[in-house]
Design a protein around this ligand. Structure first.
Ligand SMILES: [Zn+2]
Length: 344
């Protein structure tokens, strides 16, 4: 019986209710994918159970006779201490705080996708725990907009603002690395989820932009009419790409809102570039779906702030993410594959 060596990537998102898993060969061919939505948030223990069930499904779906797991990468929407292999915080549930989840994964992984090879004692799978942002950072660095760059920065601009750093062909992992969303913005007064006032996240996250736009509609009838037209009468379904579209069409409310986001974003990117000199700054998350015209606005704002002699060259380093909404899951597979090839 022939044995296929495989890697497993998994993400647990949406407040630990959505688990997505994918099985690939060590050559990078994706064999199967599965996902499960849980009615209640998963705890560390139930997450391991669900992972085991989905892994068995994947094994069946792969139609391979013999299969052996060589690496597993698991991504959480949490603050992690990778040196200790623990979850620092994963709000809102307290079940995850301080959990030694890497140890749970390691124990569980030895029973996942094995026992069919009959080759006697084999090394246990290589297990790695990362944040969802770090998974996306790795995906873009290895297979997306960061290909070929030794150092890149990935900005996840979605519900929150988070950042990952790829450096010298490796992912940098520290518990609070990349918390750029909590940079204070002069003049901003909205309360941030962290309890602070006027942080970047309150201006730049896709969620904050949509919420602020909807809040402004009451006093802007022309803008409200435009939003109703775009959303088919459902303002609550407004997306950040639609706000950008309105800004491009000259709507003054949308223009002011997007300028209020892009200006501090460009400042934060400039500070990061001056500090780290990365080759690429990859804009990802739902805000990046605003596309090339939005990227160009961020580039122009950065160029107007940067040292003149380097302005053009620095602005050109800002690029859009390429891997789409699956980026984190693809990133876990890319990391697991790198582990299988002995790169980590
Ligand atoms: Zn904050």
């Amino acid at each position: 019986m022939s044995t296929t060596e495989v890697v497993l990537g998994a993400t647990l998102t949406r407040h630990t209710t959505l688990m997505q898993v994918a099985l690939a060969t060590t050559a990078g061919d994706v064999l199967a994918r599965r996902q499960r939505v849980s009615a209640v948030p998963l705890t560390p223990a139930t997450a391991i159970t669900v992972l085991g069930e989905l892994a068995r499904d994947l094994q069946h779906a792969s139609r391979r006779e013999g299969i052996r797991l060589v690496a597993l990468t698991f991504a959480l929407e949490a603050t992690l201490d990778v040196e200790r292999g623990t979850v620092v915080t994963l709000p809102p549930s307290g079940d995850w705080n301080h959990d030694a989840f890497t140890a749970r994964l390691t124990t569980a992984s030895e029973a996942l996708l094995v026992s069919m090879s009959g080759e006697g004692a084999l090394p246990p799978p290589l297990v790695r725990l990362v944040t969802v942002t770090d998974a996306a950072t790795s995906g873009e660095a290895l297979a997306g907009a960061g290909r070929g760059a030794a150092a890149s920065l990935f900005l996840d601009l979605s519900r929150t603002v988070a950042c990952g750093v790829w450096w010298g062909g490796h992912l940098l992992q520290r518990p609070h690395l990349g918390a750029l969303g909590h940079l204070p913005i002069p003049g901003a007064t909205e309360r941030c989820a962290c309890g602070g006032i006027g942080h970047l996240e309150t201006r730049v996250s896709a969620q904050a932009l949509v919420r602020r736009m909807i809040g402004l509609l009451v006093e802007a009838p022309a803008t409200e009419a435009a939003v109703m037209r775009l959303t088919g009468g459902r303002a609550e379904a407004l997306t950040v790409t639609e706000i950008w579209q309105l800004a491009c069409e000259g709507d003054p409310i949308a223009e002011a809102l997007m300028a209020g986001a892009n200006a501090p974003l460009a400042q934060a990117i400039l500070a990061s570039l001056l500090l780290l000199d990365v080759e690429r700054v990859i804009l990802g998350g739902s805000l990046a779906y605003c596309g090339v015209s939005w990227r160009d606005d961020v580039r122009a704002r950065l160029a107007s702030l940067a040292p003149p002699a380097r302005a053009h060259e620095m602005a050109e380093r800002i690029v859009l993410a390429e891997l789409g909404p699956d980026v984190a899951l693809r990133g876990t597979l890319a990391l697991a594959n790198a582990a299988a090839r002995g790169i980590y």
